[in-house]
Design a protein around this ligand. Structure first.
Ligand SMILES: Nc1nc2c(c(=O)[nH]1)N[C@H]1C(S)=C(S)[C@@H](COP(=O)(O)O)O[C@H]1N2
Ligand SMILES: [Mo]
Length: 168
């Protein structure tokens, strides 16, 4: 009974995997969608700029070596948020950052230049797992500027599982 149950569950999981595979495989390879007050778009209808991972890599990447409140000292790598905002021609004061777990948080645009914030897709050379911090996580150089950055108001801006940013 036990073994037969496992086989049945196995078939059900396989069916689900196959049923959903085309939805994941076809078309939408966007890692990040940027909307709101932007000049340049890749999709007119939704007025958004969609970045695949290749698009993000093409912006060039930098690294920040820092601990966070929930990770030990690590090397985070990704495009600077500045380069993303430049690419879309962003105009605004505030970025509303959206995560897959329904968390959302406002980040002042002034942080972007001041701290050289990056949108990390990699930690210690390993892509961020989609169900953990990935696809993208906002990283500040916290260890380099502890007085300014090691505080609760900033911690909430270390948004992980980012998939969308709206410029306001
Ligand atoms: N995607 C996502 N990012 C997030 C959060 C979250 O719940 N989801 N919590 C934020 C807050 S409020 C803080 S303090 C830090 C650390 O969250 P933790 O204390 O739950 O680890 O992550 C920030 N980034
Ligand atoms: Mo928090």
């Amino acid at each position: 009974m036990e073994a037969r149950m496992r086989v049945v569950v196995g078939w059900i999981l396989l069916f689900i995997a196959l049923a959903f595979r085309p939805a994941f495989a076809s078309g939408d390879d966007a890692m990040l969608t940027v909307g709101g007050n932007i000049e340049h778009v890749t999709d007119q209808a939704s007025h958004t700029y969609r970045f695949s991972k290749a698009d993000l890599l093409a912006l060039g990447t930098s690294t920040i070596k820092t601990s966070t409140n929930w990770t030990p000292v690590s090397v985070w790598r990704g495009p600077s948020l500045q380069s993303v905002l430049q690419k879309v021609g962003a105009h605004g004061e505030v970025l509303r950052v959206y995560a897959l777990d329904d968390y959302e948080h406002d980040v002042p645009v002034s942080d972007v230049q001041k701290y050289g914030v990056i949108l990390a897709f990699e930690r210690n050379g390993v892509p961020l797992a989609p169900n953990k911090f990935g696809p993208l996580m906002l990283v500040y150089p916290r260890d380099a500027e502890p007085d300014a950055l090691n505080r609760a108001s900033i911690e909430a801006r270390f948004v992980w599982q980012i998939y969308k940013i709206v410029v306001k």
